[in-house]
Design a protein around this ligand. Structure first.
Ligand SMILES: [Ca+2]
Ligand SMILES: [Ca+2]
Ligand SMILES: [Ca+2]
Length: 315
């Protein structure tokens, strides 16, 4: 069972779930349902096409996961926004005649599904402190992540007419990065895992993995990183030590922004936490920044990363 942890408390998660899904709770933000809508719009159509994106278009920084444990989904959204912003634009449309957004997701066979998201369902997402920044910024912020997340909850709800609690319960307690890639892009993508071949040195294996990730990003493919608890050595275990920590939240999914060799010749991955911050991780590398660098060697040595998930190239 993965539980949300309050901000300000180091987040530690029980390890009996293999699902990748963590969340961090923030104080509830009350949406002014009565009174005028945001930005002077009528309350019945609070959001429209002009609210979807910021001035720079769809961006990974538009993601801010809070109360819902669907990092696997919102991190994948962020990775797609970073690599293929036009794919995000093509995924979502607004119908002024109904006030609904339409989101194109995909079923398990890659077949497109059109999902209608109503104004009320979108406001419900914001009240649940979903994956957009709009619920954190007084309803001001790009709402495309909330629209997409609402659609994902809706396809997991057997009766949307009575609300989407069932759907949110299905998606917000962890899930798999490749399932999210499938739903968002129609393609499960590929996984890159660290491995050393026979007679292969660690340096060579790291070069190979970094080259695969770098090539994927260069080809416009969305890439996420799925983290797991670090391995502990025999001695760490019997002494009750945590062992070396990589600084990344365990059982989480990050957007991968890039890989590069630093001045010491070490491969570093730049990753973005869908929380919008790297505070309260509790592994000794906390930073206010949403992005941080982590040595690939540390991930290989600690076993703190399960896999990179690589989505399809632009079509
Ligand atoms: Ca949020
Ligand atoms: Ca329902
Ligand atoms: Ca970790």
């Amino acid at each position: 069972m993965i539980e949300a942890a309050a901000a300000g408390v180091a987040t530690r998660f029980n390890l009996d779930s293999l699902l990748a899904g963590t969340s961090v709770a923030i104080p509830a933000f009350r949406i002014p349902i009565d009174g005028g809508g945001a930005a002077g719009k009528a309350a019945e159509v609070r959001f429209d096409a002009a609210d979807l994106y910021g001035a720079k278009g769809p961006q990974a920084a538009d993601i801010r996961q809070d109360a819902l444990g669907d990092c696997y989904f919102v991190a994948t959204l962020g990775a797609l926004a970073q690599q293929q912003p036009d794919a995000v634009r093509n995924m979502i449309s607004f119908d002024a005649s109904t006030g609904n957004f339409t989101v194109r997701l995909h079923d398990g066979n890659g077949n497109p599904q059109s999902v209608q998201v109503t104004q009320a369902e979108l406001e419900d997402n914001l009240a649940r402190q979903g994956g957009s920044t709009a619920d954190n910024n007084g309803l001001d912020g790009p709402i495309w992540p909330a629209v997409a997340e609402t659609a994902y909850a809706k396809i997991h709800d057997s009766n949307p007419a009575d609300g989407l609690t069932e759907g949110y319960n299905a998606i917000a307690n962890g899930g798999w990065p490749q399932d999210a890639m499938q739903a968002i892009t129609g393609d499960r993508g590929d996984e890159i895992r660290y491995s050393e071949g026979f007679f292969e040195s660690e340096n060579s294996a790291l070069d190979r993995m970094a080259g695969q990730v770098d090539a994927a990003l260069s080809n416009g493919r969305p890439v996420t990183l799925w983290t797991v608890p670090e391995d502990r050595s025999f001695w760490d275990t019997i002494r009750g030590n945590e062992g070396t920590q990589d600084g990344l939240v365990d059982n989480h999914v990050y957007v991968v922004e890039g890989v590069h060799k630093n001045a010491d010749g070490e491969w570093m991955a730049t990753v973005r936490n869908p929380w919008g911050t790297n505070m309260n991780v509790g592994e000794g590398h906390d930073t206010e920044s949403a992005t941080m660098e982590v040595p690939l060697r540390t991930l290989a040595d600690t076993g703190g990363a399960e896999a990179f998930t690589v989505g399809p190239a632009p079509r």
